[in-house]
Design a protein around this ligand. Structure first.
Ligand SMILES: [Zn+2]
Length: 419
């Protein structure tokens, strides 16, 4: 059946199939907002395009490039409403004072936990809570500082984004590899098996219905929570090196780091190993250092993984596959993001603060270049626009509800009858 496309209007909606609005990212001089307000040319297109996910895609050469269905007007309508929100409120999309203050608090938390653990943890009952605190602080740096920096959502200044992104190198992960793996691949091909490497944990687990099932996956809803704790070490000491040596991530080729990028990659790994192992081993017994490193890394890994999984690997998220012979995903890109992503705990401001707004993951996927401090406000616009276009927008009310859904999804994917 022929696909019909719609554009929202004051009276409801009108069909735009075959019109120029039907073409993705077309140069329309003015877009009529869903509330009937006409936006001038110089504001709408340039500024709206600045928050385009396409602008966020760092160079990746895809061996198997995927295409999405044609735009149905949803993304354009959404961009205009969000642009209008910033115009009316006068808020800045990036360089937000609260983000700079938050960065100071989180980096101080991380540094204080490390220094106290290194210099003042004389007994195990002081060392253990400090290791947990350091693990949580490292996850918070990842969620808040490096994530916004790497997406160019932190600042309008390139060097500030670069600097904040490099906090990941300090934590042991390569910001260079991450930018390609996360920004270019995960954000483009969310939940597409064989392309999105974030849903690939190898033989250890089955997160997508299109992955092979092994007998032991029957128990994955119990053991995966523990495995999540080991992912940072694997990432820091194996995955980054494998990706750089092979020049591939999830079947996609990417340019290997050179010059300054290569120096940052190598320097980051050396600093991380020095801070995590060499310096502590000069002051403490080797076994104590290794055990405390394991605990810190475990806490960080579980925190990072759970937040990711609650957004994409739950019962309500979809796992679309490209349709042969065109190798095209049926939905338009923005619609695909809404279908494959789920929000959670939107009324929990403390959690939102800690996880860098990643409980508003739908908003993050649609506007990755807008600072996360705005996601709570944008969520209302996104949800109502989804409603207008008849798209399902899913959010779990609480963190616990999201956890339960991820548990059930793992159990379902591990069952012999799993589709
Ligand atoms: Zn992201």
């Amino acid at each position: 059946m022929a696909r019909r496309l719609w554009q929202p209007t004051k009276a409801g909606r009108r069909e735009i199939t075959g019109s120029r609005l039907d073409r993705p990212r077309s140069k329309i001089n003015a877009i009529i907002a869903t509330d009937g307000v006409r936006k001038p040319n110089h504001v709408s297109i340039a500024a709206i395009d600045a928050s385009s996910p396409a602008a966020d895609r760092r160079p990746v050469v895809s061996r198997n490039s995927l295409k999405f269905g044609p735009s149905d007007g949803f993304q354009q309508a959404l961009r205009q409403r969000v642009e209008r929100y910033f115009a009316i409120t006068g808020r800045k999309q990036r360089d937000c004072p609260q983000m700079y203050a938050k960065t100071g608090v989180i980096l101080a938390w991380c540094a204080a936990s490390y220094v106290l653990l290194l210099c003042f943890a004389a007994t195990w009952w002081i060392a253990l809570p400090l290791a947990v605190s350091l693990g949580l602080a490292m996850a918070a740096v990842g969620f808040n500082v490096q994530h916004d920096g790497n997406h160019n959502a932190y600042s309008n200044h390139r060097w500030i984004n670069k600097l904040t992104a490099m906090t990941l190198d300090l934590l042991g992960g390569s910001s260079y590899v991450w930018a390609r793996k996360h920004n270019a691949i995960h954000h483009s091909y969310t939940n597409v098996t064989g392309h999105d490497d974030d849903i690939n944990v190898g033989i250890f687990g089955r997160l997508s219905p299109h992955q092979p099932r092994w007998k032991f996956h029957r128990l994955q809803h119990f053991y995966m929570w523990v495995l999540y704790g080991f992912l940072p070490v694997k990432w820091q000491l194996y995955d980054d090196f494998r990706d750089v040596v092979s020049g591939r991530i999830g079947g996609h080729r990417f340019p290997r780091p050179k010059g300054w990028d290569l120096a940052t990659f190598a320097g980051g790994k050396i600093i991380f190993v020095s801070l995590a192992f060499v310096l502590p081993m000069l002051l403490h017994p080797i076994l104590a250092v290794l055990l405390l490193f394991a605990l810190t890394s475990f806490v960080q890994g579980v925190s990072l993984s759970v937040v990711f999984q609650l957004a994409h690997c739950v019962e309500e998220a979809e796992f679309p596959m490209p349709q042969p012979p065109t190798d095209r995903i049926e939905s338009a890109w923005a619609v695909h993001q809404v279908h494959t992503t789920v929000d959670f705990a939107r009324r929990n401001p403390l959690l939102a603060w800690l996880v860098g707004g990643l409980n508003y993951q739908i908003e993050h996927h649609l506007f990755p270049q807008i600072c996360h401090v705005h996601y709570a406000a944008l969520a209302r616009l996104v949800e109502s626009t989804c409603k207008k276009f008849g798209l399902r927008y899913t959010a779990h009310d609480t963190f616990r509800a999201g956890l339960a859904s991820h548990f059930r999804w793992l159990r379902r994917m591990g069952m012999p009858t799993a589709a």
